[in-house]
Structure formats: C-alpha cells, structure tokens
Design a binder for this molecule. Structure first.
Ligand code: ADP
Length: 464
C-alpha cells in the first residue's frame, strides 16, 4: 500500500505539514502565555464598546428603566456583556440577566481620566473576568459603575478560539497543494521510468534496435543511458558470438573438405599407386594438423577469456629467450632465404612466463619470415628504455608491408590481411593470442608498416 512513489511522497508531505503546523502552533502558544497581548486585545475591544455606548446613555441617566432598555439594546448591538453595579459592587443590571442582585468579589479597579475605569473581578460563578467602563451618577444619588465585561480566557482557550481555525485552514490548503505536487512529481519520475521498462520489455521480446528514450529527471536519464549502453554491449557480444561461430565453421570447412576428398580417394581406389596413396595420406595428415593447431589456439584464447590462463611470474632473461626463438626459426628462414639478425644486450629481465613469451616472439619472427621475399631480412632488437623501466623488443622485416586500413585490425581474432591467398598459413589467430599474452604480462604491442618496405612489431614489457 505504501509501495508507490505517489503514496510515499504524499505521506512525507503530510508529515512535514503536520510537524510545521504543530511547531507554529506551539510557538504561538508559548508566545501567548508570556505576553499580555491577547488580554489587552479584549480590554481594548471592551473599551471601544464602552466609548461608543456612553454618549447614547446621557438622556436616560435619571430613569433606571430607560437606562436598562438602552443598555440591553447596546449589548445586543455591540455583542458585549454589560453590567451595572452599585457602590457596594452589587449587580443592578445584567444584559444577560444572570447575576442581578449578586455581589462581585475582588474588584480591582483602575481609575483613568474622566471617571473611566478598567480592571478585573471574580464573577459569582468563580471565573475571573475583565472589564472596561465608566462611573456614572445613580438615579437615587451616589455613584454606580457601568461595566463592559468579558471572561478573562486562558491562553489555551483564546488560542483555540482565535488562532487555531486559520492555522487549520492553512493546513488544509497545504494538504491540497501537497496532493497535487506529489501527483505531479511522481508522474514526472514514473512516466520516464515506465518508458525505460517498456524498452526493456521490447528488447526481451526480440525487437532489436529498441533504445530507451532519455527523458525525465537527471537520475532517470542516467538510468536510460546506462541501460542503452548495456544493450549496445549485449548486442555487440551477440554479434561477436555469431561472427565467431561463422569464422570457426569457415576455417574448418576447407581442411575438412580436403580430408574428405583424399580419404574418399583412398577408399574407392582412385589413389591406388603408392605415390598417390602417400600424397593423400600426407594431405590428410597436414590438414588434421592444421585443424589441431586451430583448436589449440581457440582453447588458449578461451582460457584467456575465462581468466583461467595461469601465467608464471618468473624472472625471464630476454636475451637468451630471443636467441632461442631465432635458433628455432633459423631452418625456416634459411629455406626462405631470409636473414635473421638478433641484437639483444645481456641482463634484460622481465617477470613472466618464459614459454608464453617465447610463443610471442616465435610468432612475430615466423610472420616476418613468412612475409619477406627471398633475400629479405628480419631483425630482432631489444633494449631497455632508461626513463621508464620498460623493455622494448622490436621485430622488423623487409616484407611487402601491411595496408594501413588493416593495421588497426591485425590483432583481431580471425582477421587476415589477404583472404584470397590460395594457401593460408593460419586462421588469423596468431596475433590475437600474441596480444593476449603481452597484455597479460602488463605490456602492450603495436604494429607499424610501410607498404613495399616492411613492417615492425613493437612489444613493450615492464622490466623486473
Ligand atoms: P595467421 O596466424 O593466420 O598468420 P596472424 O594473426 O599471425 O594470422 O596475422 C594476421 C594477419 O596479419 C595475417 O593475415 C597476415 O597476413 C598479416 N601479417 C602478420 N604479420 C605480418 C607481417 N610481418 N607482414 C605482413 N603481414 C603480416
């Protein structure tokens, strides 16, 4: 029941209004108790009534009956309570006809100019009253007092009669306003929230391309933006998953077709001569090997993605490591008539996994050799950058180069520069794995190239 924003806002507004009214009321009450303001107000009103009435009485001062009827009329007209008391404080006339003949007690009379009097007395019923009035001559000689009287209210009663009603009215107006405000504010929040929810439902139904409109208060707009960013990422992830499956199928198709064709030839006797049999067996073996390498690479990448790739953190000497890589690839380089040059000083230490780092440089040198023409050269150079405790290893070749539009994508999975090459070397996973390994070591890899002159791959690793 208190779930909706509207109700919560309304309840909090009402609480604030009630607390404010109570505080204002309490403040007024405290002020009234310590201030004679309200008593003075009553005295002033009585005095004003007395002044207004006096002139009209003058002609009737000698006749008690005429005076009584005039006083009754005045009490009616001015809505005041009027008493006439003799010099022993016994009531001779009472506009309310309650206390005639009774004696007033404790009359405290203050006398002002020209017979004007003012003060308090205890009424026959015990209450304390205040009065304002005038001494006038009595018809039988002597003097009597004409009193305009009113009960001397306690602060609480006066407050309840005079201040509470306007306070309550103000509270009512505030209440109506707060209902309207709560409705408005809750709408301004819930409507844009509803739109984000609608967008989420549409996407769940499979309406791709739907986005939440960013409207309403800043917080809701931020929510809509975060939601849209998340949808972008989810859609990109879905797309890359689809691409991945398409790439893997595509890469497996060629070797599988070869294997199927050549095994068929073996089975149906088309490849019957010993040479043809051996050739078929070799193709089948090579293609199976290619597929195994690709599956290995995919498993490696999957382990990096899952964060399950356990890398050693040993001190690794880069010089000997590069030396090992160069030696391993020497036969291949000689076959391709490519010169391999190594330039690495002693005592370059990084913390890492020697086997994985060897894989990085073997892969880069292998690429360099493979893309260099006969007579070309692949240079491997390592050095420590003095100011930055970074070790930089460059692998430079004199190959045909990489087109600039391909340079930015070369580390992507399955990306290959020249898809139409008849005999592909790999599946475009080599550089992707290379980058994963380098980054897992806290390093970075970059490629630069000039078409026709060659390419350079630069690996930077934090020195130990
Ligand atoms: P693969 O394992 O298929 O060789 P890589 O990820 O190693 O794939 O390389 C991606 C693409 O970059 C390949 O298509 C390759 O032609 C190109 N490439 C890599 N190194 C070089 C290089 N040194 N010179 C020219 N092209 C290169």
């Amino acid at each position: 029941m208190f779930r909706s924003l509207n109700t919560r806002l309304l309840i909090s507004y009402v609480l604030v209004i009630l607390v404010c009214l109570a505080l204002v009321g309490l403040g007024l009450l405290v002020f009234l108790r310590t201030s004679p303001l309200w008593t003075n107000l009553i005295a002033l009103r009585l005095d004003a009534a007395a002044r207004a009435t006096m002139p009209t009485l003058r002609p009737a001062l000698n006749s008690p009956e005429a005076l009584s009827s005039l006083l009754a009329a005045a009490a009616d007209e001015q809505e005041v309570h009027i008493l006439l008391v003799d010099d022993r404080n016994v009531v001779r006339f009472d506009s309310e006809e309650a206390w005639v003949g009774e004696q007033l007690e404790e009359v405290a009379r203050l006398r002002a100019v020209q017979n004007r009097i003012q003060g308090t007395f205890t009424a026959p019923n015990g209450g304390r009253w205040i009065f304002a009035g005038q001494m006038i001559p009595a018809s039988g000689g002597g003097r009597q007092s004409l009193l305009f009287v009113a009960p001397r209210l306690t602060a609480l009663v006066w407050f309840a009669e005079n201040l509470l009603p306007p306070l309550l009215q103000a509270g009512l107006v505030a209440l109506i306003l707060s209902v309207l405000l709560a409705l408005l504010i809750s709408r301004s929040v819930s409507k844009p929230l509803r739109r984000v929810a609608n967008a989420a439902e549409a996407i769940a139904r499979g309406e791709a391309g739907t986005r939440a409109p960013a409207s309403g208060p800043a917080e809701v707009r931020a929510l809509a933006r975060s939601f849209n960013t998340m949808v972008d990422q989810v859609e990109a992830a879905q797309q890359s998953q689809r691409d991945f499956v398409a790439n893997v199928s595509h890469e497996l198709k060629t070797p599988l077709t070869s294997i199927q064709g050549f095994s068929q030839a073996l089975l149906d006797g088309t490849a019957s001569t010993p040479e043809a049999t051996a050739r078929s067996a070799r193709v089948i073996h090579d293609e199976a090997e290619r597929m195994r390498r690709m599956v290995d690479d995919l498993l490696t990448l999957a382990r990096f993605d899952a964060g399950q790739m356990a890398l050693a953190r040993d001190p690794v000497e880069i010089g000997p490591l590069l030396q090992g890589c160069v030696e391993k690839l020497m036969p291949q380089a000689q076959a391709a008539q490519v010169t391999l040059v190594l330039d690495a000083p002693e005592q370059l230490l990084v913390a890492g996994d020697a086997d994985r780092l060897a894989q990085v440089f073997a892969n880069l040198i292998d690429n360099g050799v493979a893309h260099s023409p006969a007579g070309g050269r692949v240079t491997v150079a390592a050095r420590q950058l003095a100011e930055e405790s970074v070790i930089e290893i460059g692998v430079t070749d004199t190959g045909k180069g990489i087109p600039s539009e391909a340079l930015s994508r070369i580390f992507e999975r399955f990306y290959q520069v020249d898809e139409s090459r008849p005999r592909k070397r790999g599946a475009g996973l080599g550089l992707a794995i290379t980058r994963e390994i380098v980054e897992a070591h806290g390093g970075a890899i970059a490629a630069e190239s000039v078409m026709g002159l060659g390419s350079k791959f630069t690996v930077r690793l934090p020195a130990q």
